[in-house]
Design a protein around this ligand. Structure first.
Ligand code: HEM
Length: 184
């Protein structure tokens, strides 16, 4: 997975818990990379999982809480770091429907070694859609956080609820998105 995803994680950990906790997390995680990431490098996603589990233990914070916060924070960082991929003034649902077919495709062109999840959708009506996440990586809760970050980015434009949570897994999950802000 791209180094930028790791760099943002470390930045969030340092900002939320401080340098000492970040150092303890990295040093006790026994990482092949040594915990040194460059934005354009590529690293094993398992390193991120190892670190977030350690962080949960060190800070006694539930894992889902950390993954949601991380995803939410990551959204605006991705938007800032890859601005060329975005169209101005796009409606939030149109934006989300374009991620799989446009944004993640462009990411893969920029970084051929990137591996993106599959994000398909069902349109229910103008104010409701269902987004299906599927990946070989267990980042369903990060996807949930990214959607929350996207909603905030669009002035809290929609709510996010897990659909059929009894069937959801870390690799496969569906979210119902409902507009909270009317389209003008
Ligand atoms: C709500 C919107 C989005 C969702 C739900 C989403 C979902 C995800 C998830 C869950 C991953 C982790 C890999 C995996 O689970 O298989 C990922 C990776 C990634 N996404 Fe997105 N994404 C969103 C928007 C964006 C945007 C707007 C950008 C860029 C402007 C972006 C760029 C990337 C990049 C660079 C990676 C890393 C791929 C790699 O290193 O292999 N994503 N995305």
């Amino acid at each position: 997975m791209k180094g930028m995803i790791f760099c943002e994680f470390l930045e969030m950990v340092e900002g939320s818990f401080g340098l000492a906790v970040m150092d303890e997390m990295v040093e006790s995680s026994d990482l092949p990379s040594g915990g040194i990431y460059t934005a354009v490098g590529t690293y094993d996603h398992q390193e991120l999982i190892t670190m977030v589990i350690r962080l949960s233990q060190i800070t006694e914070t539930p894992l889902p809480e950390l993954l949601l916060a991380y995803g939410q924070n990551l959204f605006s960082k991705l938007m800032d770091s890859l601005p060329g991929l975005l169209q101005d003034n796009q409606d939030c649902f149109e934006f989300i429907k374009n991620i799989d077919s446009h944004i993640h495709v462009e990411v893969e062109k920029l970084y051929p070694e990137a591996e993106l999840p599959s994000l398909s959708f069902d349109t229910i009506d103008d104010d409701n859609m269902v987004l299906h996440y599927q990946s070989c990586r267990p980042f369903a809760t990060v996807a949930h956080g990214l959607l929350l970050g996207c909603s905030v980015y669009y002035d809290n434009g929609f709510s996010v609820n897990v659909v059929n949570s009894d069937q959801a897994s870390d690799n496969e999950i569906s979210f119902r998105l409902t507009r909270t802000v009317a389209v003008v």
